[in-house]
Design a protein around this ligand. Structure first.
Ligand SMILES: O=C(O)CCC(=O)C(=O)O
Length: 313
């Protein structure tokens, strides 16, 4: 990591000028009695002494969520019924082939017109800020209802990542990138925009792994100081996850999805991208991440508060 990227001060100055986007956190800090400036670095260490029930959904919210659940089509209720045990759910053919194709055309258009750019090699980050079509795909009414039901409270779209080739990302939990207090109030969906094969770097995941303890900075000795982020690299985190899996052997599943299928995963479900065996293959997909509205949102590894831009519906 470069010196600038490792400096807490740089992030703090940036955050200072984005108070509007940090308003949810600011209000929630007050509610839970956390004495912290809205622009200040924040990490799991800040919440260790706090009771998660401080931000538990009210009875009114619980009742509204139960009503939503009862109103979901029977087919979807069946598809999500093992969520608590598995930490994932698959909605087959949730989007039509035509919808997936229109998104692929939109992504090409965004790239051709320079509205979005590749980041970190093969990712398009936050295309939702440039495309209503992509925002709408991730804010589909029925989908949001399902996510609200799974998290147990209303969630809003936060971020999108588009891929045209396999990510080949090593196994991780999103909770190291997008974290909440209380834990578990982030949820993600992954949409197949074409058929997946064993050659084009399909997504993999470990059913039940969401029940493993969250791996946070302190768990791989990534301890920050007042001015600097912790000294470890992201690969140290990935190595730690391999250690956790060696100590807790689990079945790995590879999602050979069909175009239009959706995989939903829990904030702490371990997942990643398989090796791309055919270098000429494409693997078009989009991931969306959502935060519960009534949770503090932050990025554990960079200790930044979550700048929430999209209010969801
Ligand atoms: O699409 C993939 O292969 C992995 C994506 C992923 O792990 C993520 O966005 O968290």
């Amino acid at each position: 990591m470069s010196l600038l990227r490792n400096s807490k001060l740089v992030y703090r100055i940036y955050n200072f000028f984005h108070r509007e986007k940090l308003k949810q956190n600011e209000d929630l800090y007050k509610k839970i009695g956390l004495k912290k400036h809205y622009a200040a670095p924040v990490s799991s260490a800040d919440f260790e002494h706090l009771d998660p029930s401080l931000l538990a959904p009210s009875q009114e919210v619980k009742t509204a969520i139960q009503t939503k659940k009862n109103n979901l089509p029977k087919e979807i209720q069946d598809q999500i019924k093992d969520w608590n045990q598995n930490g994932f759910a698959i909605l087959r053919s949730f989007y039509s082939d035509e919808k997936a194709e229109s998104i692929n055309e939109e992504v090409d258009h965004l790239l051709d017109t320079g509205k979005v750019k590749w980041r970190y090699g093969n990712k398009i980050m936050f295309a939702i800020h440039k495309s209503k079509m992509l925002t709408d795909l991730g804010s589909n009414r029925q989908l949001l209802d399902v996510l609200d039901v799974l998290v147990g409270q209303p969630v809003s779209l936060f971020q999108s990542i588009n891929f045209k080739t396999g990510s080949q990302q090593r196994t991780h939990s999103d909770a190291i990138h997008m974290t909440t207090f209380p834990f578990g109030n982030m949820i993600a969906i992954w949409v197949a925009l074409e058929d997946m094969t064993l050659e084009n770097g399909a997504l993999h995941y470990y059913p039940g792994s969401h029940k493993l303890p969250y791996v946070m900075n302190k768990d791989f000795d990534n301890i920050s100081s007042k001015l600097w982020l912790g000294p470890k690299d992201y690969s140290d985190y990935e190595n730690k996850i391999q250690e956790v899996l060696a100590q807790n052997p689990m079945e790995k599943k590879v999602f050979t999805a069909k175009k239009g299928d959706v995989l939903i995963w829990h904030a702490n479900l371990l997942h990643g991208g398989e090796k791309v065996l055919d270098p000429k293959s494409t693997r078009k997909s989009v991931v969306y991440h959502y935060f519960a509205d009534h949770s503090v949102a932050y990025h554990e590894i960079t200790e930044r508060p979550g700048l929430r831009i999209i209010q969801g519906r």
